[in-house]
Write a protein that binds this ligand. Structure first.
Ligand code: M6R
Length: 591
């Protein structure tokens, strides 16, 4: 949530770097964006716009910016509405800062700064940090001391970068709870501090990731250098690692959106996950498995419960991280705790994992970003092989997560069959756009399924919600008559996931119950069930899609691609931005 970038350089065209990094950081938030820099006369300048980075870029391009130092921000609003006043950078007496995270004690700090005579222009928690640094400078501290002292007074989570008009050769950063990386350009002419490797993919080949409490000081003399201080005190060397994010990873490569590119990679991601899976995890040796995650990652966990209990015969609990961490859970020493996160930065999942670690229990993280906080803090890391995922809606990462979980309990996987089934959807002539046109005007819709089709229903409904803003619910097909069926009328669509499997006939009975109440059905099934439908697919209120026959264990993979394409097409039919749905951000680093 919120992306930050900053640069100190021997070059004077830093605004280009700031904007290009902000474009890549936009998946972290896109409510507003802004930059601050020192002009040729060393005066602090600031440009902020409400809305996406594209708008900021248009404004910035109107200026002939010549500057060697600057900071930039793309915002996901927490405190204060989406207005220019609340957009970052925030400034005070020549100090400018950008921030990702939440300052929990901002009200108290704000009151004390107001009593010193400071006036606030925004409703944000961030502005206090700029004023606090400025106040420290006023009281006689140099910029570095003023920064360190301000940071030591903050509680909450933050990645903060600051610049100061009177120190145009210094760039300062601090990290607690929100990610931060620092790196030099390959020609050593520019040094950057940013939220992640994606921001720096074209700018820095090597990076150091800051640890909790670190403060980084970037200096420019006859050359550029950075130093990292543990807890702001002792100098410490952090490992320099290659920036593995390439231009190819962050480009649409001819696709109209990242989401479509990422869905089209689902078969390839399954193959890569299979080939690179090198972990020897024996789930059967545990009394139980507890899986903790949020959103789509949670649904991946829920799907794996069906597999792990059936194949490894181990009891599985799956929990929402934000609930788990606050409900005083009872830990079981011989349980394996698995934390699933694409970004590896989701704060609730991270804090849930810390809770388990504090209880002295080993943790396993299933993460897509190996340099992320969750990956760095877990005892065992299983990396998912989705590659960089930019679309805010998680798609190919779900495939990598679910296949990795299946591989934890089953060694003999027929990857060709999985690949074939996903490709049968990707390369098909199924008219998703036509179906999407029917769905797009629904006020609400249901996804129903039994067995493994139930977690896929939840994932399908989440995707429809987040991209098309249609109220959608995933339900176990057998549960619909226990209340939700009251919603069904001629305006409500139910998408029934009913491939031929052990539950097929029961799910079909549930769709009949919905049809009996005038509901509309979109039936997603397999060719080998055609005969058994006895003409149901010809019913005037039924649309249907027939997948090829698929071994039931692998059906969730093909169905995943179906529900992702359906969500993509529905959002497109409504004219929405599929990569940046409203109100959302990809990396949820606030509670
Ligand atoms: O990075 P994580 O996997 O921890 O993210 C968890 C959720 O925020 C994420 O899956 C979210 O639900 C997606 N936008 C769903 O498409």
């Amino acid at each position: 949530m919120c992306g930050i970038i900053s640069v100190l350089s021997f070059r004077d065209n830093i605004s280009k770097d700031l904007i290009s990094a902000l474009e890549r950081l936009e998946y972290r938030g896109y409510d507003s964006a802004g930059i601050a820099y020192f002009d040729e006369n060393s005066n602090l300048q600031r440009i902020r716009t409400v809305g996406k980075v594209k708008l900021l870029k248009e404004v910035v391009q109107k200026f002939d910016i010549k500057s060697n130092i600057g900071i930039g921000h793309t915002r996901w609003a927490t405190h204060g509405k989406v207005t220019e006043f609340n957009a970052h950078p925030h400034v005070a007496d020549g100090v400018a800062i950008v921030h990702n995270g939440i300052i929990e004690n901002y009200q108290e700090l704000r009151n004390s700064l107001i009593s010193e005579g400071y006036e606030f222009e925004s409703e944000t928690d961030t502005e206090v940090v700029a004023k606090l640094i400025a106040s420290n400078i006023k009281s006689g501290k140099d910029f570095i001391e003023a920064f360190k002292s301000a940071i030591s007074k903050l509680s909450g989570t933050f990645a903060i970068v600051a610049i100061y008009e009177k120190e145009p050769n210094l760039l300062l950063g601090a990290k607690k709870g929100s990610p931060m990386a620092v790196g030099l350009s390959s020609d050593k002419q520019s040094c950057y501090i940013a939220s992640d490797a994606v921001a720096l993919s074209t700018l820095a080949d090597e990076l150091a990731y800051l640890e909790e409490g670190d403060i980084v000081v970037v200096r420019k003399f006859d050359h550029l250098s950075f130093e990292i201080f543990e807890n702001g005190k002792d100098k410490i060397e952090r490992e320099i690692v290659p920036n593995k994010v390439s231009l190819n990873d962050v480009a649409k490569n001819g696709y109209e959106s990242f989401m479509l590119k990422e869905i089209s990679e689902e078969a390839m991601v399954a193959r890569r996950t299979f080939e690179r899976f090198k972990y020897d995890i024996n789930l059967s040796k545990y009394d139980s498995v507890s899986i903790v995650a949020c959103g789509t990652s949670y649904y991946a966990g829920l799907l794996s419960k069906y597999w792990i209990e059936e194949i490894a015969k181990v009891h599985v609990d799956v929990e929402i991280a934000s609930e788990f961490r606050y409900r005083n859970p009872v830990f079981s020493k011989n349980s394996l705790y698995i934390f699933i996160s694409q970004s590896g930065e989701t704060i609730d999942t991270l804090c849930a994992m810390r809770l388990v670690k504090e209880a002295g229990i080993k943790t396993l993280a299933l993460v897509n970003v190996e340099t992320s906080s969750i990956a760095r803090e877990a005892d065992i890391v299983v990396k998912t092989e989705a590659g960089v995922e930019i679309g805010v809606a998680s798609t190919k990462a779900f495939v990598a997560q679910t296949l990795s979980l299946l591989m934890m309990c089953k060694k003999d996987i027929d990857i060709e069959a999985i690949e074939r089934s996903i490709n049968s959807v990707l390369n098909s002539q199924y008219d998703f756009a036509k179906m999407a046109n029917k769905l797009k005007n629904s006020k609400s819709l249901f996804y129903i399924g039994r067995g493994t089709n139930y977690p896929i229903s939840l994932e399908g409904a989440l995707k429809i919600k987040e991209l098309s803003y249609i109220s959608a619910e995933g339900y176990p097909a057998g549960e619909i008559k226990h209340g939700p069926i009251a919603i069904i009328d001629e305006n409500v669509y139910t998408i029934a996931l009913a491939p031929f499997d052990n539950h097929f006939e029961k799910t079909i009975s549930n769709t009949q119950e919905i049809l009996a109440r005038n509901g509309k059905i979109f039936l997603i099934t397999t060719e080998n069930s055609r005969e058994l439908l006895h003409g149901l697919d010809k019913h005037e209120k039924v649309d249907s899609l027939f997948l090829p026959e698929i071994y039931s264990l692998y059906q969730p993979f093909a169905l995943t691609t179906v529900i992702h394409l359906l969500a993509y097409n529905t959002a497109k039919a409504k004219g929405y931005d599929v990569d940046k749905p409203r109100n959302l951000a990809k990396s949820v680093t606030v509670e």
